[in-house]
Design a binder for this molecule. Structure first.
Ligand code: C2E
Ligand code: MG
Ligand code: MG
Ligand code: MG
Length: 285
């Protein structure tokens, strides 16, 4: 009996191993394929930026848009940013891709401000890798001049991971961008590193509460407490606060009562193509 049990374990161990390597091969093949294709995606026009509205929780109006990159792959269809942004970061391709996103978003926002919403703000995600690009400040300065978008209407979304490494080179870039008038927002707030001292050291204006907390409202007591605490802290520090991933009315009401400024999430609208965003703006006018 003992022997046969051991035999079964060995067999299943071997099967697991086979299964594991097959899965690894498939995964590394997909990754290799994506990486190879990513190199040409920009020059062949396979990227598109979608926009998700940010809503003022006091009056329900659209106050901003977050630009979210989409890769329309010829064979694979829409590839999620969660799948290709890490590859773009590792290969450095995020630098030219990120510039392209910035340009699209700034142009688009300048047009929308002219046609529909004079106070609209635009948010763009920046990877830590983009701050290693010596031209970043110049690129953003040029874009602001060329598009006519006021600098204060451009919000750069960064994550806590940027602020924990070697920040010596970072501080002058933040200062230069702040001098231009650009605003910084801390994305996925609460999921990163616990030191809050960077809120003092860096010119952050807005906190975005990570959607994993919002997701737990109202059933998860910890999510409820953490969300309330982040909002209270933001208010005390005179930072604005945006809730990410709001999916239902109950969550929205909770956030309103807790004193949250803005929300973003599928409850109001998923990220949509530029034409559809223009329609949302026109309808809300
Ligand atoms: P993020 O910046 O935190 O963006 C929010 C993500 O949450 C988006 O996913 C959005 O579609 C999703 N989301 C919004 N509302 C809801 C909701 O109600 N429910 C759920 N379940 N999800 C919601 P997406 O577009 O897949 O982007 C994922 C991440 O990829 C972004 O997270 C951001 O970190 C990164 N990313 C996207 N575009 C860019 C870009 O242009 N540059 C860089 N560096 N990163 C980008
Ligand atoms: Mg973001
Ligand atoms: Mg986020
Ligand atoms: Mg994220």
């Amino acid at each position: 009996c003992a022997d046969s049990a051991m035999y079964a374990a060995k067999e299943s161990g071997r099967n697991n191993y086979q299964f594991y390597t097959q899965e690894m091969n498939a995964r590394s093949q997909r990754r290799y394929h994506l990486e190879k294709n990513l190199r040409h995606a920009l020059s062949t026009g396979q990227f598109v930026v979608h926009y998700q509205p940010k809503i003022n929780l006091q009056d329900g109006k659209i106050v901003g848009a977050e630009g979210l990159l989409r890769w329309n792959h010829p064979d694979l269809g829409l590839v999620s940013p969660e799948d290709f942004i890490p590859i773009a970061e590792e290969t450095g391709l995020i630098v030219p891709i990120g510039r392209w996103v910035l340009e699209q978003a700034c142009r688009q926002a300048a047009t929308w401000r002219r046609d529909f919403a004079p106070d609209l703000r635009i948010s763009v995600n920046l990877s830590p890798r983009q701050f290693q690009d010596d031209q970043l400040v110049e690129v953003i300065g040029d874009l602001i001049r060329e598009t006519g978008l006021p600098a204060h209407a451009l919000e750069l979304e960064i994550t806590e991971s940027l602020l924990i490494g070697d920040t010596d080179k970072l501080k002058p870039m933040f200062d230069a961008l702040t001098a231009l008038g650009v605003v910084f927002s801390l994305d996925d707030f609460g999921t990163g590193y616990s030191s809050l001292s960077y809120l003092q050291r860096f010119p952050i204006s807005n906190l975005k509460i990570d959607r994993s907390f919002i997701n737990g409202i109202p059933s998860n007591r910890d999510s409820v407490a953490l969300t309330q605490t982040i909002i209270a802290m933001a208010n005390a520090l005179t930072l604005t606060v945006t809730a990410e991933g709001v999916e239902d009315e109950q969550q929205m009401r909770f956030l309103q009562e807790a004193g949250c400024c803005e929300m973003q999430g599928n409850y109001y609208s998923k990220p949509v193509a530029a034409e559809d965003f223009a329609r949302l703006l026109a309808a809300g006018r």
